[in-house]
Design a protein around this ligand. Structure first.
Ligand code: SAH
Ligand code: SF4
Ligand code: F3S
Length: 469
């Protein structure tokens, strides 16, 4: 049994990581069995799930859309806020009943919650029936862990507090035939005081440029139209490798693969260089859409959050992007109700939002996370007041989403067509600036980039008509 340890998880060593290649000699143990994976959290977890699916299918398991009738259910969990926790524990509650009816059901838990000391001890005490738990650093061990569970009928808890080597070559079963996630950097060394990610995902480790480019080249051969380069802070890419190149160089190289669209998330404002801005403007296949989380507009709160920039510095960067990158759309993340945030601080956030008029924003109430430095801060603001602030903020950000979308009415936009929308008999896709658009057309253009004329705007989407295939 390997259990998570927070002190270990918070340590950072400068030792360079080696690269290991995925290797699995276990076969067929899942033949005749079905699996279901529930995924919570960010794109990194979504992409891990694509790896987990491929590994399970290599073992012979087949995917079942319905967890109620699956032989194996795996929860790929997220720790970022309390409600992500609650969702996963709620699901475990439902699985407990299922397991009472069907003792052969195999239940596993992985992802960020598996890296939390408190969660694993709760599972060991109250959810003893969970068959296996593994963490974010050892997803490649899934075949071995399941083999143990099936053959020896044991409960397997294998969580490593420290990240190990970078594992290349883990198989992947991608959800889309047109858009793909590609990891470029794992972990995070920023330690923003509210955030659990540096503990659950470990230290910053970049993949080699050559491995990333090779993956994108293969995607181009397979007909993919878009890649999203993934990392908690992609702008720090390469810093740990000490090879003299960073995100700008990587973007250059990925651009040369001629993949039609390149996106990247998430950018921390601290590491966003002028060189990167120029690089985006130089390459047509790097999309003019940047996610640039600000978190707060108050310098006092930004300092307490450990974000390492001021409101003014953020605005300078923001304005530079708007000036230099034609048509750029900028989205953000904002936390309200951080400990010590008073009305004045909140008004600073509103002021920043009024200045930036973001194209999209994800807004959250601060959630206290186990062992993070912010847990020690005094928090006097009642939840009702935090909810009022969130509602007020949402009203304002939504107003700007609509305003920005309305400006596009009458213009022609390039759209990667992704499929048929659920509601109406229409196609849907995303513009280069990452806006959802619905329009009528034949399904033979799914997977292609077409030109659409925007005919009307809503808060979260556009409507249009096909202009040119
Ligand atoms: N690496 C990214 C963010 C990843 S987490 C960055 O630094 O920008 C996604 C978002 O969740 C964060 O931007 C933040 O707004 C929010 N978040 C993280 N921890 C949180 C917490 N404890 N409470 C509320 N929101 C949180
Ligand atoms: Fe969390 Fe900050 Fe790292 Fe983003 S940069 S993952 S908010 S610690
Ligand atoms: Fe959640 Fe882990 Fe992502 S905490 S947001 S799944 S890195």
């Amino acid at each position: 049994m390997n259990l998570p340890d927070y002190i270990e998880a918070s340590r950072r060593t400068k030792l360079k990581k080696d690269i290991e290649y995925y290797n699995n000699d276990i076969k067929n143990i899942g033949l005749g069995k079905t699996y279901h994976i529930k995924t919570y959290g960010c794109q990194m977890n979504e992409h891990d799930t694509e790896n987990l699916k491929a590994m399970l299918e290599e073992l012979g398991f087949t995917y079942n859309d319905n967890y109620l009738t699956s032989d194996l259910v795996l929860l790929n969990t997220c720790s970022i806020r309390e409600n992500a926790h609650n969702k996963a524990f709620g699901m475990l509650g439902r699985l407990k009943h299922l397991k009472e009816e069907n003792p052969n059901l195999i239940v596993g838990l992985c992802g960020c919650m598996a890296q939390e000391e408190g969660v694993v001890s709760e599972i060991l005490n109250k959810y003893k029936w969970v068959n296996f738990v593994f963490g974010t650093h050892n997803i490649h061990r899934l075949p071995y862990i399941i083999n143990e569970v099936l053959n020896n009928n044991t409960n397997e808890i294998e969580v490593f507090s420290k990240e190990g080597n970078i594992i290349e070559g883990i198989p992947v079963k991608r959800d889309s035939k047109y858009k793909a996630y590609v990891n470029i950097i794992y972990g995070c060394d920023k330690f923003c005081t509210y955030c659990i990610v540096p503990f659950t995902r470990g230290g910053q480790r970049s993949r080699l440029k050559e491995d990333i480019v090779k993956e994108v080249e293969q995607l181009v051969k397979d007909g993919y139209m878009e890649v999203t380069l993934l990392g908690q802070n992609v702008n720090a890419y390469g810093k740990d490798l000490n090879l003299g190149y960073g995100m700008e160089k990587l973007l250059e190289e990925v651009s040369k693969t001629n993949i039609p669209r390149i996106r990247f998330v998430t950018s921390h404002p601290w590491d966003f260089t002028d060189g990167m801005i120029d690089c985006i403007t130089r390459h047509e296949n790097i999309m003019p859409a940047i996610h640039l989380p600000v978190q707060s507009g108050s310098n006092k709160i930004l300092k307490m959050m450990g974000r390492k920039y001021t409101k003014e510095e953020y605005l300078t960067l923001f304005n530079k992007m708007k000036e230099r990158i034609p048509r750029v759309s900028i989205s953000t993340d904002i936390i309200v109700g951080f400990p010590g945030e008073d009305r004045e601080d909140f008004n600073e956030t509103i002021d920043l939002v009024n200045k930036c008029k973001f194209d999209n924003a994800f807004t959250f109430i601060y959630s206290k996370r186990e062992h993070t430095p912010a847990t020690k801060l005094k928090d006097n603001t009642p939840l009702e007041e935090k909810e009022r602030r969130l509602n007020q903020l949402n009203e304002i950000v939504n107003k700007y989403f609509l305003e920005n979308n309305k400006k596009l009415v009458g213009t022609l936009v390039p759209v990667l067509v992704e499929g048929i929308s659920d509601k109406k008999n229409e196609l849907y896709g995303y513009t280069d600036t990452n806006k959802l658009i619905n329009f009528k057309g034949n399904d033979d253009i799914i997977g292609k980039i077409v030109t659409v004329k925007v005919t009307s705007a809503k808060t979260w989407s556009l409507d249009g008509e096909l202009y040119d295939k």
